[in-house]
Design a protein around this ligand. Sequence first.
Ligand SMILES: C[C@H](O)[C@@H](O)[C@@H](O)[C@H](O)C(=O)O
Ligand SMILES: [Mg+2]
Length: 447
Amino acid sequence: MAHGRISRLSVHDVRFPTSLSGHGSDAMHTDPDYSAAYVIIETDAEDGLKGYGITFTLGKGTEVVVCAVNALAQQVLHKDLSDIVGDFRGFYRQLTSDGQLRWLGPEKGVVHLATAAILNAVWDLWAKQEGKPLWKLLVDMDPQMLLSCIDFRYITDVLTEKDAYEILKKGQLGKKEREEQMLRHGYPAYTTSCAWLGYSDSTLKQLCAAALKDGWTRFKVKVGADLQDDIRRCRLLRDMIGPEKTLMMDANQCWDVPEAVEWMAKLAEFKPLWIEEPTSPDDILGHAAISKALAPLGIGVATGEQCHNRVIFKQLLQANALQFLQIDSCRLGSVNENLSVLLMAKKFGIPVCPHAGGVGLCELVQHLIIFDYISVSASLQNRMCEYVDHLHEHFKYPVVIKHASYLPPKDAGYSTEMKEESVKKHQYPDGEVWKKLLVAQDLCVQP
Ligand SMILES: C[C@H](O)[C@@H](O)[C@@H](O)[C@H](O)C(=O)O
Ligand SMILES: [Mg+2]
């Protein structure tokens, strides 16, 4: 049973200097420092359990998200955890409807990232108090209770609570077998970390060879900055992995709509399964036009990592604008909003392939997709979860990958907790790592 009154919320600006080695780089984010606004909530309960939550950011933006978390903190402080989760829909609504702060969103941008960080911490705490990993808390939850966590406002034209109930009811069939299957084999994954845009050809080759040796069969490559580079890199990868293995491409929003179609026609010979974020994440009809134009080439469109909220996902689905839906554990309003998107995707028959390219995103989103398979989609067809091989060593309960699949986490919680030492070292700007880097930068700019 959820218990304790929330007595403290603290938030830290934690940054990793990944840009120094090109990790995470793409056509639009050329110097990403993988970062997180890291929230810790404490209660007055005697068990001493804490909830940890993150949202993913890239360096400079983190301090802005930290401010937004502090602005929202009043909504959480002094509340009983049992009241929050007992009416989670109401609490979600309250947090996203603050009469003054909602002007900054609503339900998008910095305030929504802050909402995600806070709610991720709440879910972590709840799962810890129940003594279960988050995926298992969701799998074991009664469908009515699960639905009571979702705010259906703005989506009832495509998914009513009754529709959602039917989906979850159906999902009960064969659930036990699917859970056993997950525990035995895990959830299939693909890797992005061989082919960031800033990597040299020799790094790409070396990482791809190592990944093949480790049993990876699905690979994603960054494209979009320079066509000739793309052709060379895609050829290199396709030659290494052979014709049967799966290749995906990711442009991170760099093209106009016609440009996306033309560019992809030139990369079609490398047989990508999808092109991810070909254009602005807000351009629903643009994604639909690209989907239509690329369908004859056998290339699907994937998007979602910068999709603001359930409303945009709803419209992407309504407009046939995507063939692969990429949920993100830290951009949407935590588990609550992601549940609604998983259910909408099921209703439209669109496979969910979560986004996880960032710090901590693999740790979190694995819970959601494992739940999705066991209780909602009941299918692995055309589905896989992204994996990036960075920064797991900073987490107390890092992901476990075996045979290119995510093994379901066993520890209680949402796998969000970072090692204390890592947080201390990487806090910006006072952590040891940043102190050194900032001093070095200063020395460089001084005449
Ligand atoms: C800046 C980041 O690394 C992105 O490039 C990354 O999230 C990427 O889009 C992905 O799909 O993993
Ligand atoms: Mg991407």
